[in-house]
Design a protein around this ligand. Structure first.
Ligand code: GLY
Ligand code: MN
Ligand code: MN
Length: 487
């Protein structure tokens, strides 16, 4: 690092520390308690209240933390908390159960509508894994009544005895350790056993309708965390473009991305890195990343960091030589135009499918104009003005679908594919707009187009003024990409 770079670095650190101090002071100043996830504990409480308002009388909702998965017989995958537990209370450990009931639960003589059960601290576990957050620490940090997981059994048995509706996520087999359904894994078996043991429970429902629509609308605090994940991921995409060279391996490009997001404070990738060069650019979710990138190849990188449980999801496609070939540029331009027009369809009240239909129409026209598909009518259409209702997509337009075989958007938030509980877009939702064209070898077109796969993906916030591109800091146009790669 030269002197100027060192000064800049020190300055940026000082600004970050100053900002953190301000944040901490503002928390102390108004008496709000910060949580480890930078979401105020009051916000978690308000989210739980919203769920409680949706719960009918004599019902109980049970949310279970994620489980640890084995990677080999002696190692586990890194733990990642279940989103709903993180969303409703911020607890970030295993073997936790959150119970909500509008009729209140009686625990240790107290009447409570919300209770969190977490493992008690254990000196032996701490010797191996470091300090744990037991019930006492959890209650102090997250301001939710917290109890030892050992007391879950009694508490829940009592609550189940009076409830008629249970909201429960079958994918995270809850309470296996404390209820007699231990031995059963199949959903219907669990339901049967549960209903045999607690005949008062008439309905067993999933928790999605309680939480999904809440999670769709992002609060200011959530947007700040998403912005952190997205801006750091944009810097990482830029770093890759600046240092990418022919003969590197795909995993080396992934490594630059990973190092940069971790330097920026992301805890993990939001999903496995997708780095497809040459022929691999035509696979949508290729994540083997072992091929050597050859001169002239196009590289598709779909990579996003995760920050405090919130995801970025960004795809950039660039030429390893730093300059697009005429064919690569032609395909790139169609996808770019499709994405630009798709983003322009994002606004409150628009249909969720609007960006896809517009992007699909533009790709259809573009492929027809290049002669990649035979479609003389569409080659002469203005795809920007055609009414969206008249745009056939998917298998209703099989020639186009051959080259653009996925949807254009999904919601983004704690999950890369966040829940989508509505067909109409609303303010403060975040969705991706990510059209693509993929032309593998052997496609029925001139072979000069073969092995070109292009996707461009950005993270778009729905605002009153339309779609705001949160990931615009990663160069998107062919010219901007070439300019950055020449630096
Ligand atoms: N990164 C996965 C996707 O774009 O949907
Ligand atoms: Mn995506
Ligand atoms: Mn993606």
């Amino acid at each position: 690092m030269n002197t100027r770079a060192t000064m800049k670095y020190i300055l940026s650190i000082s600004i970050a520390l100053f900002a953190q101090n301000l944040f901490a002071q503002s928390m102390e100043g108004n008496g709000d308690a910060p949580s480890p996830n930078h979401i105020r504990v009051e916000e978690y409480a308000a989210r739980r209240d919203s769920v409680l308002h949706r719960l009918p009388p004599r019902s109980i909702a049970v949310f279970r933390s994620a489980e640890e998965f084995s990677r080999t017989s002696s190692a586990e995958f890194p733990f990642r908390q279940a989103n709903n537990i993180l969303y409703l209370c911020g607890y970030n450990g295993q073997n936790a159960t959150l119970v909500l009931s509008p009729d209140s639960l009686t625990i240790a003589g107290e009447k409570l509508c919300a209770a969190l059960f977490v493992p008690a601290r254990n000196p032996q576990t701490e010797q191996w894994h470091g300090k744990q957050q037991g019930p006492e620490e959890t209650q102090r940090m997250l301001h939710i009544p917290s109890f030892s997981a050992d007391s879950l059994d009694t508490c829940v048995q009592r609550a189940f005895a009076t409830a008629t509706i249970l909201y429960y996520d079958w994918l995270h087999p809850i309470l296996r350790e404390s209820l007699p359904m231990k031995e059963f894994s199949a959903e219907h078996e669990e339901k049967k056993v549960l209903q045999q043991n607690f005949p008062g429970i008439q309905n067993i429902e999933p928790t999605a309708p309680l939480v999904d629509s809440l999670r769709m609308i992002k609060s200011d605090a959530e947007l700040a965390l998403m912005n952190e994940a997205i801006q750091t991921s944009c810097i990482a995409h830029r770093e890759v473009m600046k240092s990418a060279l022919p003969y590197q391996y795909e995993y080396q490009l992934a490594a630059i991305f990973d190092k940069t997001i971790q330097d920026g404070g992301c805890e993990a990738q939001a999903y496995p890195d997708i780095v497809g060069s040459g022929p691999n650019s035509c696979f949508l979710h290729y994540s083997t990343n072992r091929r050597q990138v050859m001169p002239g190849d196009i590289v598709l990188m779909d990579c996003g960091g995760e920050y405090r449980g919130y995801a970025a999801d960004i795809t950039r496609t660039f030429p390893i030589n730093g300059t697009f070939s005429p064919e690569q540029r032609a395909i790139y331009q169609i996808v770019y135009d499709a994405q630009t027009a798709g983003i322009a369809e994002v606004k409150p009240g628009a249909k969720f499918t609007a960006p896809h239909k517009r992007a699909f129409a533009i790709i259809r026209t573009g492929l027809a104009q290049l002669g990649i598909i035979r479609d003389s009518a569409w080659a002469h259409i203005n795809p920007l003005t055609i009414p969206l209702d008249s745009v056939a997509t998917g298998m209703n337009a099989p020639d186009v679908f051959r080259y653009f075989m996925h949807g254009t958007s999904h919601m983004l938030g704690m999950d890369v594919h966040d829940p989508n509980a509505a067909k109409i877009l609303s303010k403060n939702e975040v969705l991706t707009v990510e059209p693509g064209i993929y032309i593998p070898e052997g496609s029925p077109c001139d072979k000069k187009w073969w092995n070109i796969g292009v996707r461009i993906e950005d993270d778009i916030l729905v605002t009153d003024a339309g779609g705001k591109n949160l990931s615009a800091a990663a160069p998107r146009s062919a010219d901007d990409i070439e300019a950055l790669m020449k630096k």
